[in-house]
Design a protein around this ligand. Structure first.
Ligand code: KG4
Ligand code: ZN
Length: 337
């Protein structure tokens, strides 16, 4: 695979992180992220209008930070990449408008990137070559998808959640346990030293499936809090919830590799930052003789470097979009560019 020499500037504003990154080839030269966690934390979830306004305020300083850290000037840039789908429409529009203006002003190509393709391409930052075909598990706040990756750009969704996403299960569970927002990291921290088998929780669909279901888990945690009341041990409950989510993710991902005869597996998306999950994947893939790849933590939660990595090979192939590029709240990963 050939990559774009660059430097290219990538922007990501699809949800609650404002991010800008500089990429050369497959190298992440900088990856600046302005988080909105403190802003949305007081409401217990992302408020779309507030997110868009915060992107407007943070975008220019974040771009400046990414340029400075990479020691790159605006005039050095050879392309602009931006997440244009899927996501919150107002939030997406902020990054897209800036990207269009910069590409036009600098006279360089513009490329719109699918947010999930960004996550899927995040392991390209690793030095190792990831073999094809491989199975990729994307686990984020809005998505839980098992993807058969025959080549970069050739994606088939082979398994997905029938209701809540894995990140949503962490977030809703954390709210029920009074652990705040965002829930994944809060659960991980609360679970340290906890007993993961203290409160057995349902693992969703049974049988030989590679789909997921997390809505029953949420109800079970609600019942648990009602039944136990103040006697509920939060540490053990967090450990039990983390165990229920992570064990089903690893079981289905390994099953997908076996069913599809894939000898490599990647784990990406915000939930891939979960240390218990990373450890389970490492152990299970070793046991099964499957090569396993996951990006560093900074490339798991939303960031612009992953958008730049997805753009890098597409730009090198000569792809670009014109100024009519639009933002889309929903978009199928398998539908292509
Ligand atoms: O990929 P991401 O940053 O945004 C979306 O595209 O949705 O994923 C955010 C999700 C949230 O649900 C958050 O709770 C979860 O990733 N997350 C974690 C951890 N860090 C973030 N879940 C479990 N453990 C973590 N350490
Ligand atoms: Zn994401």
């Amino acid at each position: 695979m050939i990559y774009f020499e660059g430097p290219l500037l990538a922007l990501e504003t699809s949800c609650d992180e404002t991010s800008a990154a500089i990429i050369r080839g497959r190298r992440v030269c900088s990856n600046a992220v302005a988080s909105q966690i403190a802003l949305h934390g007081k409401w217990g979830g992302v408020v779309p209008e507030a997110a868009a306004r915060a992107h407007v305020e943070a975008l220019v300083p974040t771009i400046r930070e990414a340029l400075d850290e990479a020691n790159v000037t605006l005039q050095d840039l050879r392309a602009i990449a931006v997440t244009n789908r899927p996501g919150l429409i107002g939030a997406l529009s902020v990054g897209l408008t800036a990207a269009k203006a910069m590409a036009h002003g600098l006279g360089v190509p513009l490329l719109g990137v699918h947010h999930l393709e960004g996550h899927l391409c995040s392991p390209l930052a690793l030095e190792s070559e990831i073999p094809f075909p491989h199975v990729c598990l994307i686990v984020s706040g809005g998505h839980t998808e098992l993807v058969l990756v025959k080549a970069l750009g050739d994606y088939t969704i082979v398994g997905e959640t029938r209701d809540d996403a894995a990140g949503e299960a962490f977030d809703k569970g954390a709210r029920l346990l009074g652990l705040g927002y965002p829930g994944g990291y809060a659960i991980q921290q609360a679970a340290v030293g906890g007993n993961p088998s203290r409160y057995p929780l349902p693992k969703g669909l049974s049988g030989d499936t590679i789909d997921f279901s997390f809505s029953g888990l949420k109800t079970a945690v609600l019942r648990l809090t009602e039944k136990q009341g103040v006697s509920l041990d939060i540490q053990d409950a967090a450990a039990s919830l983390q165990e229920a989510i992570t064990s089903v993710l690893v079981e289905r991902a390994i099953r997908a590799c076996r069913q599809l005869d894939a000898s490599a597996l990647t784990l990406v998306g915000g939930v891939a930052a979960n240390l218990a999950l990373r450890e389970k994947f490492t152990l299970a893939s070793k046991r099964e003789g499957i090569q396993f790849f996951t990006p560093p933590l900074s490339l798991c939660t939303d960031n612009a470097a992953m958008i730049g990595l997805a753009a890098s090979w597409r730009l090198a192939r000569g792809e670009s979009h014109d100024g009519s590029l639009d933002a889309y709240p929903n978009a199928d990963l398998a539908a292509g560019a």
